[in-house]
Design a protein around this ligand. Structure first.
Ligand SMILES: Nc1ncnc2c1ncn2[C@@H]1O[C@H](COP(=O)(O)OP(=O)(O)OP(=O)(O)O)[C@@H](O)[C@H]1O
Length: 251
């Protein structure tokens, strides 16, 4: 269980949002974090992932405070996908994937046969096998996004936290990827939590949703959220309507 306990997030002393009640993310759940621009989705995700931007409260994983985990222990439990090109551009895709096995390798950081099998399988599943020898700087944004998601799966953690994992993908890749993540979530019992602007897909595929609106971070089941009027308040537009069936448009 990953628990956000009375979490207040922000920058310096300036609060962006706070959790309403304590809430727990379980394994085998796909959770979407949704909210309007600037409401605090990325800030909340980073607070869960790194303990950053936390003004007060706690992040607790399996009954242990985030700050009591060593970096290696945490990286065996939680993988993070943030599409920032913060790594060495000279690395190849295969080298990047191998690096994500380091939390499991021996002191010589040698890649084992098992590591290689995991890398090959996930590369095939996520359609990046043909990219393995490419250097990261040569990838398109969409290719990089698929590589970073594959890297998180290669890391083989209980939880994967992702900031807008589908933002650069074509519509077919977006929908396929979210379905694939849901399947990974259920079959491999991983908790996947992702920020997204893809409301329709989030409402269809995620079984839990976290809304961030006007400083309140609230966790709902899909049904609870759809049967409330909250989405109409969060995304007000005369061309949009949310009801228990999801979203409809007036073109
Ligand atoms: N480094 C920073 N210092 C101060 N304020 C920041 C910083 N980064 C973000 N903010 C502010 O915190 C608030 C939340 O930002 P955040 O990026 O978490 O929102 P978001 O919901 O992810 O937005 P978007 O949907 O536009 O990506 C915004 O008002 C933003 O301007």
């Amino acid at each position: 269980m990953l628990v956000a306990q009375d979490l207040h997030i922000g920058y310096g002393s300036c609060e962006v949002a706070r959790t309403v009640g304590d809430f727990a993310f379980a394994k085998a759940n796909l959770t979407a974090i949704i909210g309007g621009n600037g409401m605090g989705k990325s800030t909340f995700l980073r607070a869960l992932a790194y303990g950053n931007h936390k003004i007060s409260g706690n992040v607790i994983l399996d009954n242990k405070l985030r700050q009591n985990y060593s970096d290696v222990e945490w990286s065996r439990k939680v993988a993070v996908v943030i599409t920032q090109r913060e790594f060495s551009h000279h690395l190849t895709v295969k080298e990047l994937l191998e690096l994500s096995r380091i939390p499991y390798s021996n002191f010589m950081a040698k890649i084992s046969e098992v590591d290689n099998e995991i890398i090959q399988k996930i590369s095939t599943d996520f359609q990046i096998s043909t990219l393995l020898d490419r250097r990261l700087h040569s990838l398109s944004d969409g290719q990089l996004q698929r590589v970073l998601i594959a890297r998180a799966l290669v890391q083989d953690t209980d939880f994967i936290l992702m900031d807008e994992p589908t933002s650069h993908l074509d519509l077919n890749f977006k929908i396929d990827l979210l379905h694939q993540l849901k399947e990974v979530c259920l079959t491999n019992k991983k908790g996947i939590i992702f920020c997204t602007h893809e409301l329709e897909m989030a409402l269809h595929l995620a079984n839990e949703l976290v809304t961030i609106h006007k400083g309140s971070i609230v966790k709902h089941t899909r049904q609870e959220l759809l049967s409330s009027n909250l989405l109409n308040k969060m995304f007000p537009s005369s061309k949009l309507n949310f009801d228990e069936n999801g979203v409809s448009y007036k073109w």
